[in-house]
Design a protein around this ligand. Structure first.
Ligand code: PLP
Length: 434
């Protein structure tokens, strides 16, 4: 990291506070269990765990274990491997259930995120008579919007008439719980399904998921969530909240590596429902009878009944390595650190703004219960020069036009010192750009 010459009067106070907090952090040792990408003689300041989580050092061991079993057993690895491949998905089940607040039979690791979204919408978006509408949020992650539009067309419905995109009030960036509830009530029995994000990828807003679920159910609609930015970030209670279905990817906060196997949740009230249409495959067929190669489908109970194909073992091996770290760290402790880390960043951004006179507007809600670790910051009046300044100094953040910086200090491997050093570089970059 090149030397910096800060004029930010609080810099030393922030750096000292960071040192103290890191020294007292019970999760500090987890940093060394992940590969932090290098930058020059040091390491980057990595704040994009919301896009791709870092590699757990154990990932290589887990993957090599499966390669060894493949070498040793060939096809017999399905039954004789250290983690028999025939049940491979199940080795992720308990940890995923813990992370999303579900019973083990309600979750399954399978496929990729958008694929799972489609599979679940096939079952839970069932337009019928006047009840046709599908609700998403405005500015949803493009893949989710494409999925929603194509599901409507699959049913022969015109998205212009049947897709609802919830928008914030004029002049606001995030949705108010009461507005979501009011819109759901207003749509009433025209609403078939509410499918929102858990944490919004752009603004970082954590949706009031329990209230949304209750509101959807009150009008007879189903309710599901895309937890891409929520799983492993915020504590979830999908079962208790009564959510019907959910899915998430394995490579953002879950650190399972690029293209990692995703997850799905189906509430147990829907298990064993052969009446629900679904896209079937042999991995959703009764496990004990799967290799009898019977012509007729015999549905597996629970979320596993939504499986179609056998598990991508090499790809899931890295996920298992990461889930072991989550098990040990514990979602409670991660959330506790996350609250402190993000509050520290928020306080620093306000201080840097005051010091430089720059207009730094945080889009993410101030209420800790309405956000995870990510802050989305608009650097008003700034251009790409600020981003380039940060990048040249080893800061990895997400930049979107017009000057929106998305930062995710991840409690698993980010330190308070990372945040303090980022703030120093931010202040320097803002002053340089003047
Ligand atoms: C990251 C992300 C995706 C990516 O979809 P894949 O199917 O994993 O490629 C989709 N939706 C949301 C909300 C995301 O954040």
């Amino acid at each position: 990291m090149p030397p910096v010459t800060t004029k930010w009067s609080e810099a030393n106070a922030f750096l000292a506070e960071a040192r103290e907090r890191d020294a007292a952090d019970p999760l500090a040792p987890f940093r060394d269990r992940f590969h932090m990408p290098p930058h020059g003689d040091g390491e980057v300041l990595y704040f994009t765990g919301n896009s791709l989580g870092l590699q757990p050092k154990q990932a290589a061991t887990f993957i090599e274990g499966e390669l060894e079993d493949w070498r040793t057993f060939g096809v017999e690895g399905h039954f004789h491997g250290r983690r028999p491949w025939v049940d491979y998905h199940s080795f992720a089940t308990e940890d995923l259930a813990m992370l999303v607040g579900a019973r083990p039979r309600e979750v399954v690791a399978m496929n990729a995120l958008t694929v799972n979204l489609h599979l679940l919408l096939v079952s839970f978006y069932r337009p019928d008579g006047e009840r046709t509408k599908l609700m998403i949020e405005e500015g949803a992650f493009p893949s989710d919007r494409y999925a929603a539009l194509s599901q409507l067309r699959l049913h022969g419905l015109d998205p212009d008439d049947h897709l609802i995109e919830l928008a914030p009030r004029k002049g606001e960036h995030t949705l108010r719980a009461e507005d979501i509830e009011a819109r759901i009530a207003e749509e009433g029995d025209r609403l078939a399904c509410v499918m929102l994000c858990g944490v919004q990828y752009y603004t970082g807003q954590w949706m009031p998921m329990e209230r949304i679920t209750a509101a959807a159910h009150a009008v007879g609609a189903t309710c599901g969530f895309d937890l891409a930015h929520a799983a492993g970030n915020v504590p979830l209670q999908l079962h208790d909240w009564g959510v019907d279905f959910a899915c998430w990817c394995g490579y953002k906060y879950l650190n399972g590596g690029p293209g990692c196997t995703a997850g799905a949740f189906v509430h147990e009230r829907h298990e064993n429902r052969p009446d629900l249409p679904r896209l079937e495959g042999w991995w959703g067929h009764s496990a004990s009878r799967r290799f009898l190669m019977e012509p007729d489908f015999d549905l597996m109970p629970g979320a596993e009944g939504w499986q179609t194909s056998n598990a991508p073992v090499l790809n899931m091996a890295a996920l298992l390595a990461s889930l072991a770290e989550f098990r040990e760290a514990g979602m409670d402790r991660l959330r506790e650190k996350s609250l402190a880390l993000t509050a520290f960043l928020e306080r620093g951004i306000h201080s840097v703004a005051a010091s430089t006179g720059a207009r730094l507007e945080i889009l993410t809600p101030e209420d800790p219960e309405a956000r995870g670790c990510q802050l989305s910051v608009v650097a008003h009046g700034q251009g790409k020069a600020l981003f380039d300044h940060l990048t040249a100094r080893g800061v990895i953040v997400d930049w979107r036009e017009p000057a929106v910086i998305r930062l995710a200090p991840v409690p698993m491997y980010n330190r308070f010192a990372d945040v303090a050093r980022f703030l120093v570089l931010l202040e320097e970059g803002l002053r340089a750009a003047k």
